[in-house]
Design a protein around this ligand. Structure first.
Ligand SMILES: Cc1ncc(C[n+]2csc(CCOP(=O)(O)OP(=O)(O)O)c2C)c(N)n1
Ligand SMILES: [Mg+2]
Length: 335
């Protein structure tokens, strides 16, 4: 695993060849790496995949020259744990009816979603370099186009061909994703489907009033097919959450709203996986996992600084960031 990670970070790993026309044009050709197929990943492997995701985030932001660094880096472990261990999904069949649904509400952290989807094989990693470019499918806030082709809709759920495979919703305006997730969870229940719904949110986002109506509603409707994952990284766009509009105690607030609450270290793969599995077993209503994370995780000069909320690294900073990731902030030396 160390070798795999070192090779990937130094760029000397054997590269997937991206030669076909479809791939060059970023078609829907799938890129599921053999290493992910039929495989139960160990926690160590998932941690390494999270580091690869962080590397892609840095490269994407460098190329785009704009975008958000802190949130995506902070949530890489949670995304890797969900997608590579718990989530019921199939990158070869993005519209598989039995798939679990992942709704991203804090749309600005989409680089971590895009990098995770590409690592799973939903689309080519080369497409990641188009982040925020005109005409790219990878917009700075995710864009999801519902189809108006009702005939096709029956066959292919509601996925439009121009959508990023694996993406389920548009996001960007904070506070709205939970309502989308609740709508989907409600529809699944009404149709007696077993699919599970995960919704990513952030701590700064909790300051949006719409959420609190949605929290009341989901608990009242006992939506036990819904888990929200909150990035509790302590920062928002213009400072530290507790200095701007304090949120604590988040645990007590959710308990008083009748939610099933967990608060975990969002960088411990084993804990994240165990908690996701536990939340799924809770039958009385919706669950919330408050993920305590470090914004800018594993890039020393970015960690815990709100100024990195919405800033990309420049060339020199990207090099330093990749060095940090390669050596886990100097703790390891790769040959
Ligand atoms: C409704 C709405 N208001 C304002 C914004 C602008 N905005 C984008 S991110 C952000 C900060 C939110 O805090 P958080 O998600 O915790 O930031 P992070 O931890 O990712 O740095 C704000 C105010 C927005 N996207 N939507
Ligand atoms: Mg935050």
């Amino acid at each position: 695993m160390k070798k795999m990670l070192a090779q990937a970070l130094t760029g000397s790993s054997k590269k997937t060849s991206h030669t076909s026309r479809e791939e060059r044009e970023f078609g829907n050709k799938v890129h599921v790496h053999k290493k992910h197929l039929d495989k139960k990943h160990s926690n160590e492997e998932i941690k390494a995949l999270a580091t690869l995701i962080r590397k892609e985030i840095i490269l994407m932001l460098l190329e785009a020259e704009s975008g958000h660094s802190a949130g995506p880096l902070g949530m890489a472990d949670v995304f890797a744990a969900l997608y590579f261990s718990v989530l019921k999904h199939n990158p070869l069949k993005p519209n598989w009816e039995e798939r679990d649904r992942v709704i991203l509400s804090n749309g600005h952290i989409c680089p971590v979603l895009y990098a995770t989807l590409a690592e799973c094989g939903y689309f080519s990693k080369t497409e990641l370099r188009t982040l925020r470019k005109l005409g790219s499918r990878l917009q700075g806030h995710p864009h999801f186009q519902a189809t108006n082709d009702y005939k096709n809709q029956k066959k292919h759920a509601i996925k439009h061909p121009s959508n990023i495979p694996g993406l389920e919703n548009t996001s960007g305006p904070l506070g709205q994703g939970l309502s989308q997730a609740i709508g989907i969870a409600t529809a699944l229940k009404m149709n007696q489907k077993p699919n599970y719904v995960y919704c990513f949110m952030s701590d700064g986002e909790l300051q949006e009033g719409q959420n609190w109506e949605a929290f009341l509603y989901a608990a009242n409707k006992r939506l036990n097919n819904l888990t929200i994952l909150i990035d509790r990284n302590g920062i928002q766009i213009d400072g530290y959450t507790e200095q701007i509009l304090p949120l604590e105690s988040i645990i007590d607030k959710f308990k008083s709203f009748n939610w099933n609450v967990y608060s975990i270290n969002g960088h411990r793969i084993e804990t994240i996986i165990d908690t996701l599995e536990l939340s799924k077993k809770h039958r009385l209503g919706p669950s919330v996992i408050i993920c305590q994370t470090t914004p800018g995780k594993d890039v020393d000069f970015m960690e815990n600084l709100p100024e990195w909320h919405g800033k990309p690294p420049d060339k020199k900073q990207a090099k330093d960031a990749l060095d940090d990731l390669r050596s886990l902030k100097g703790r390891i030396w790769w040959e």
